[in-house]
Design a protein around this ligand. Structure first.
Ligand code: GLU
Length: 505
């Protein structure tokens, strides 16, 4: 709790798509770094070669960049404490293992997989907690030397004291104590020469000058092992904050079976980085004024560790959509249009089968985002900005502007409320005539013409506009009708009405 600037880090393992939990933890790390004028490091923990996924690392960089979670040091940006991939640091872990062996804080274990399996079976049968029984801890130095000389494969384990307890302070929980007898003699170096998470994590946090570890709660049972390692090395341990896990609606740990977890998915669904970041901030932190919409800078400005939430926040997709909609509405029209274009362009690089049925996507797939496309997006975003919650929703609500053929819809959607198809048909014919007679094709004028027609025919304006909306936009929900007609133009609007009339019998 010193006043020196904090050095924090995230240490994701490249094992799949970058996870929302990684962004959540990164956000609070970055916040602490910025608040305290410190540094934020990205380290890739890729020593588990069985779970390694070669494409994952690049996706982690990409997702963090998309969210604006900028790290001061990392594999792709460099820095004074590199390399930032654990697979490139293995000599250090071997050296540090030798240090622990020399101090008597670790020992070589030659137990075979078969012996360990038998041990586990016995423990299961006797209902004992699983864990190594310390068999090799008691080998004499001569026995160890002989086995090493004979090339017997082995791991290196940590010598955990069997008596007493280990306590550390957690920012959100206060003092946390583990009985040492419950702590396993953890493997530190595997027989393939790669370190385990525990060794590499502690060695690197120390080597990189990390002063404050902010990570997910699921690591809390690892922390006593880490504390013991810091002690064994004679190093000062960092400050600890274990953040509550994000949860599915049923309060289980967030999982992709119940909730999308990939950051790439959120980007491809058209969430704004500002929206997702704000949402993740909201999940972990209570704004002092109870504000729900806040920027990263506001989070930093008001941040106080005591305001971190201590119970697992539920990841509510509907709430995220709402918040994202708020962010969409706070963008300028130019900015929103540019983001819509960038979004559909990116989506068009990997189209889905449904995209063939969407006029916006079809258009981009056919012509790319050419100037005409961009201009139309720019003209139409002011009409839809109140109606979309994600950039992706633009393609459905604004479809009416991009039809290359006539819109399709069920004929019954044309029939006005409490009217017959024939009555609706007559009304629609008069609408067509009134529009055709409008002296100029301006929204206000078109609206005035149809309101006058409603008045003259005794139709409620809303009832009259419904079939017009269906005919002109192909949908029951659309951008504002008259502005839409203005943008579509006279010829297109009238052609769509002409196509609708015969469908009413
Ligand atoms: N490699 C661990 C992970 O995948 C790091 C945990 C930690 O921050 O210590 O999240």
């Amino acid at each position: 709790m010193s006043a020196r600037p904090p050095v924090v880090r995230i240490a994701p393992s490249p094992t799949g798509d970058p996870h929302v939990g990684t962004a959540y933890i990164a956000l609070f790390n970055l916040c602490v770094a910025r608040k305290g004028g410190g540094r934020f490091i990205l380290r890739i923990e890729d020593t588990d070669r069985t779970r390694y996924d070669a494409s994952s690392e690049a996706k982690i960089f990409e997702a963090l960049r998309w969210l604006g979670l900028r790290y001061d040091e990392g594999p792709d940006v460099g820095g004074p404490n590199g390399p930032y991939r654990q697979s490139e640091r293995t000599p250090l872990y071997r050296e540090m293992t030798e240090t622990l062996l020399a101090k008597g804080a670790a020992y070589r274990c030659f137990c075979t997989e078969e012996r360990l399996e038998e041990l586990r079976a016995t423990q299961r049968a006797m209902k004992l907690p699983p864990g190594y029984d310390g068999f090799c801890r008691h080998l004499t130095p001569d026995e160890v030397r002989a086995k090493v000389a004979a090339g017997v494969p082995h791991v290196v384990r940590m010598s955990v004291p069997k008596e007493g307890s280990t306590t550390f302070h957690d920012d959100l929980r206060g003092d946390v104590t583990f009985e040492n007898k419950t702590i396993d003699d953890q493997v530190l170096l595997k027989s393939d020469g790669f370190p385990t998470y525990h060794l590499a994590n502690v060695v690197d946090d120390h080597a990189m000058g990390v002063t404050w570890v902010i990570r997910a709660e699921e690591w809390i049972t690892s922390t006593p092992k880490h504390v013991l390692l810091y002690r064994a090395f004679g190093w000062e341990a960092p400050r600890w904050t274990h953040m509550p896990l994000l949860r599915n609606a049923d309060r289980s740990k967030i999982s992709k079976r119940k909730n999308p977890t990939s950051l790439i998915w959120y980007r491809d669904q058209g969430f704004l980085p500002e929206g997702l970041l704000n949402f993740l901030g909201l999940m972990g932190y209570g704004h002092p004024e109870g504000k729900e919409k806040f920027t990263f800078d506001e989070l930093v400005a008001t941040f106080d560790i005591g305001r971190l939430s201590t119970t697992g926040p539920v990841f509510d997709l509907e709430k995220l959509k709402w918040l994202n909609g708020e962010w969409i509405r706070s963008l300028t029209d130019d900015d929103l249009a540019a983001r819509v274009v960038a979004h559909v362009e990116r989506r068009a690089q990997a189209p889905t089968p449904e995209d063939a049925a969407n006029p916006v996507m079809r258009r981009v797939l056919a012509t790319g985002a050419d100037d005409a496309f961009r201009a139309l997006v720019r003209r139409t975003t002011p009409l839809v900005r109140e109606r979309i919650r994600t950039l992706e929703e633009y393609a459905s609500i604004a479809a009416c502007f991009f039809h290359d053929t006539l819109p399709t819809y069920p004929a019954e959607d044309l029939v006005a409320k409490k009217r017959t198809p024939a009555e609706t048909r007559d009304a629609l014919a008069r609408v067509r005539a009134a529009l055709d007679a409008a002296p100029s094709w301006r929204a206000a004028e078109l609206e005035a013409a149809l309101r006058a027609l409603a008045e003259a025919t005794g139709w409620k304006p809303g009832d009259l506009f419904t079939p017009v909306r269906t005919a002109v936009t192909g949908a029951k929900v659309s951008p504002p009708l008259f502005e839409t007609m203005e943008i579509l133009g006279r010829a297109t609007t009238l052609a769509r009405l002409d196509a609708a009339l015969p469908r009413l019998g």
